[in-house]
Design a protein around this ligand. Sequence first.
Ligand code: FES
Length: 134
Amino acid sequence: MRGGGPSDSDTEGLLSSLPTMWRDVAGIADVGPGGMLPISVDALELLLWRSVEGRLAACDRRCPHQWADLGAAGAVDGEELVCLSHHWRFDAAGWGSKLSVTGRRDEKAPVEVYEVEEREGRIRLRIDSSMTAD
Ligand code: FES
């Protein structure tokens, strides 16, 4: 018979049963068209960015290529986020590509994206327990 607190499997089961939460992370005016805002949510380092046309997106702050910090080495170009280290590009859904000077687009690794919404002047990010677990 074991005593005391819950086992690791008990804890995992409890965490996975917690509801998904929406977290208030910024004001809408903090990320204007073509803008970016690095944020931290618990252990997650993320980037909010908005396309020139106004579509809001959230992704991991680290580029999937060689881990450049997209908050420092990124820029919005039209409807895409570009990593200026080696010019990989990501759309709001996270799809990665590289555009050659001749216009050929090659698929690259995706960046992890997160669901965001804008409500009552605030930006909210959808978080579930698996995203913030150590
Ligand atoms: S580190 Fe981002 S494209 Fe290479």
